[in-house]
Design a protein around this ligand. Structure first.
Ligand code: SF4
Ligand code: SF4
Length: 70
């Protein structure tokens, strides 16, 4: 449970996920985001919601019936 992956075929490097993550899980190297501290992910889905390209995946998959954890 937590952040699974970034799909680099979809990612355009907009940095929205990096800017949004409250736990500093995502870092930037050059213009590429990567999962630096996946064990710190609290599964808040903010990165998924922020991503304009549906390129970041958090598990379990968020559903409309599943409330955010706050
Ligand atoms: S689900 Fe939340 S804590 Fe986990 S990487 Fe995304 S924004 Fe960060
Ligand atoms: S928000 Fe999505 S498109 Fe933007 S850097 Fe993150 S994964 Fe890539």
């Amino acid at each position: 449970m937590g952040i699974e992956k970034i799909d680099y075929q979809r990612c355009n490097g907009c940095l929205q996920c990096w800017d949004t993550c409250p736990m500093d899980v995502i870092r930037v190297l050059g213009k590429t985001v990567y999962l630096a501290y996946p064990e710190d992910c609290m599964c808040c889905y903010l990165c998924e919601l922020a991503c304009p390209n549906d390129a970041i995946y958090v598990s379990p998959k968020r559903t409309k019936s599943k409330p955010l954890p706050w």
